[in-house]
Design a protein around this ligand. Sequence first.
Ligand code: RIB
Length: 312
Amino acid sequence: MANKKILVVGSANMDLSMNMYKVPEVGETLIDDGGVAYIPGGKGANAAVALTKLGSDCYFCAKVGADLHGQKLYQYYKEIGVNTSYLKVDRENPTGLAVVMKESDGNNRIIVYPGANSNLTVDNINEAFECQPDALYLGFEIPFNIALSAARIAASKGIPIFVDAAPAGKDYPLENLPMLEVFSPNEAETETYTGILPQGTDSALRAALALYKRVKAKYIVIKQGERGAFVYDGKHFFVIPSIRLGKAVDTTAAGDAFTAALTIEYLRSDSIRNAVKYGVAAGAITVTRRGAAASVPTEEEVRALVTKEDLI
Ligand code: RIB
């Protein structure tokens, strides 16, 4: 069977990743030599790397600056095998930069300077659809109107659309998105969109219903970290529990890996249940590794875990 061709329209960042035993309070200065590094990240790029490692032909439509970070990211994507035909260089803005503050329990706080990501254009996206993808994978770390244009182009061509709804904006006109296959926010993003923090089955169902009223999607999939994933199709819901593989060392990119894995497995199996299980397995492996794009697993690793846990 030929690999699925997936077009990712999203962000590319260089992450300034810092380990710390706790994030500073207001007015506090902390010195912490826990480690610091510049590493490839960005929600779109992490997903593009994951989709490539998980066995798709992934085309990445994004923008980086004409700077060292941009060059390093381009080189990295090439090494992984991400198709960079539609990776554009912005001569006016620097490459997107994310400051990732990682506490010792593996949790993180992230602030993003979007830089070149803000300058992705509808022309860039129109050009990228020349690759004739089997699916569009979309994130919101680019201007919402550009993400909306990408979704509309895909819909006009009958191409299924998978949305990782991150980061969330309270005022995003989600109603304007065309019919989606999957709309997937995490708990915090769900709260931003609906006002409901989905931390148990009842609240997850209420939040999913609220999202379903606003977003035209076949499936709402709420990523709940240690609680697993909650899936709603307009009539029924189910929960896929998370998998624990020892201590979580870094949750960065786990959500990106989850949605990317869900997307490729859904396209291969046409089963949302199997796809979410595969996504949960990919996320579980990702949190055991430090880093962003570099921490996402391969198809062999996810398949081995799925088999070991007897998931599919
Ligand atoms: O989802 C993790 C990513 O969010 C990081 O790599 C950072 O770049 C931000 O975009």
